[in-house]
Structure formats: C-alpha cells, structure tokens
Design a protein around this ligand. Structure first.
Ligand code: NAP
Length: 250
C-alpha cells in the first residue's frame, strides 16, 4: 500500500484529498499547522491516516518530519505539495509587504523544502510522484494577483523543470492549476477573515469544489505509471480568461 504526504491537510483541497486517498486505500500523512483541525480529520478517518503538525516554511521542521515518521508511514511514495495561500488583493503599489513575504515563504520556499528533502529518497528507489498545487493565477494575470500569481508561476515552471531533471527516472510530476474553487478557507485567508468579502467571491457562481480536486488527484495517482500529466488546468464552466483590455483616451 503506497504512502502519500499531503501538505495543507487541515482544510479545503488538502482535507478532501486525504479523505479521498484514504478511501482509495492509501496510507496518508496529513500535514498542517493547526493540530485541532488535523485531529478532527483523524477522528473521521482510520489508522491509515497520520496527522502531523508542520509549518512548511520551517526547513528544520520538514527535515524532522522525515526523521520522526513511524515505520508504517515510510517511505513516502507520493508528495502532494498543496499547502499555500493568497493574502490581499490590493494593487502592487498598495499591497502589504509582509503579506508578500508570507506568500513567497509558503508557496515557494515551503514547496522547495518539501521537494528537496523528499525527492532524493524517491530517486534512490527510482519511484515516486510529486503533485503540486499551482493555480490559473500562475497562467493569467488578474488585478490584485501580483505576488500570489507570481508564486504560482514559480510552481508551474518548477514542476516543468523537475520533469526535465527527472527524465529517465520513474518519477512523475504534475502541476494542478485550479481556477475559482469554493468551500475552502482560501478567500477567508486572503481577505484576513472578512467573511462578507470572501462570500462575495462565490456569489452566483457554480464553483469547483474540493471534492473535484480530490477526484482529480485520485485519478492521477491511480493512473498507469507510464502516463504523466504535466499540467492540468481546471476552471468552473462559468470562468474563462476575459481577453486583453484596452483603456481608451487615457
Ligand atoms: N481555492 C481556490 O480557489 C484555489 C485555486 C487555485 C489554487 N489554489 C491552491 O490550492 C491550495 C489549497 O488551497 P485551498 O483552497 O484548499 O485553501 P485553504 O482551505 O485555505 O487550505 C490551505 C491549507 O494550507 C495550509 N497552510 C497554509 N500555510 C501553511 C504553512 N506555513 N505550513 C503548513 N500548512 C500551511 C493550511 O493549514 P494550516 O493553516 O492549518 O497550516 C490549510 O490546510 C493552495 O496552494 C492554493 O493556493 C486554491
């Protein structure tokens, strides 16, 4: 039975991915900072789920995860780099710089920590799968997307470069690029707990749900090993790129 490490398991996509992969018969390590949320999830799942408190921005803590895993959950066969966040939607000239630093530290540096620490073991075994949670924000610019979109463009290019470094090895890499998804904490976090502003994002839209992303992950990890999906971009039918705008008579 394969073992999967899912970061950002306390909420949204990560939580749904843990639920789905446990149902599929995997052993799952669910990592996040909020232990209460992880314990609540552990109560719903069986003992093939291991809750693990982890802040992905702390390199020592990521190293410690590998060292302190019980034998049952070793080795990690599949890494799902899902932990991430957007903070703020102000234009770049008004954005909170501390928010920018947190996004870079989590979405880029945190993902680098997990990948650099876990990948060598996969290479030694010549087997493994890394699934990264990018975003359509890494593909299309939008107002207020500035650093968040740039972190997800990093995730896209890093995923592609990993594929290149791993050519000739039996290790797969996929970047999942979701558009507008609801029923997660994403917008509550982005708007610093302003529930009204967060709710407005989803009003009147049939959005993608965490279960849709979890089903996509399940399809990917259960697909044949000779088959690599490089990128998968998923949007609600109600969303598409609006094209380039021109402001007349500026
Ligand atoms: N929802 C969307 O519309 C959307 C669209 C495209 C891409 N995405 C991406 O999908 C991923 C999951 O988002 P979501 O919508 O499921 O959001 P969410 O409900 O807010 O979940 C984010 C998860 O990341 C964890 N996390 C944040 N900082 C962390 C840190 N420093 N260390 C460890 N875990 C951390 C959170 O757990 P703790 O707070 O407990 O640590 C939480 O479990 C993110 O990478 C996001 O950028 C989301």
């Amino acid at each position: 039975m394969n073992t999967v490490l899912v970061t950002g398991a306390s909420s949204g996509f990560g939580k749904a991915i843990c639920q789905k992969l446990i149902a599929d018969g995997y052993k799952v390590i669910g990592a996040a900072r909020r232990v209460d949320k992880l314990s609540e999830l552990a109560r719903q799942l069986d003992d093939n789920f291991l809750p693990f408190q982890l802040d992905v921005t702390k390199k020592d803590a990521v190293e410690n995860l590998l060292l302190s895993l019980p034998d049952k959950f070793k080795p990690i066969d599949i890494l799902i780099n899902n932990a991430g966040l957007a903070l703020g939607m102000e234009p770049a000239y008004e954005a909170n710089y501390a928010d920018w630093e947190i996004m870079v530290n989590t979405n880029i540096i945190g993902l680098m920590h997990l990948t650099r620490i876990i990948l060598p073991e996969m290479v030694k075994r010549n087997s493994g799968y890394i699934i990264n949670l990018g975003s359509t924000a890494g593909n299309y610019a939008y107002q207020g997307g500035n650093v968040y979109g740039a972190t997800k463009a990093f995730v896209k290019q890093f995923s592609a470069n990993l594929r290149t470094d791993l050519l000739g090895k039996k290790i797969r890499v996929t970047n999942i690029e979701p558009g507008l998804c609801g029923n997660t904490e994403f917008s509550n976090v982005r708007f610093h707990g302003n529930g009204k502003q967060a709710a407005a994002v989803y009003q009147g839209v049939e959005f993608i749900k965490p279960e849709d992303i979890a089903n996509t992950v399940s399809w990917l990890v259960n697909s044949p090993k000779h088959f690599n999906v490089n990128n998968i971009e998923i949007m609600p039918t109600a969303q598409a790129s609006g094209g380039l705008k021109v402001i007349k008579n500026m």
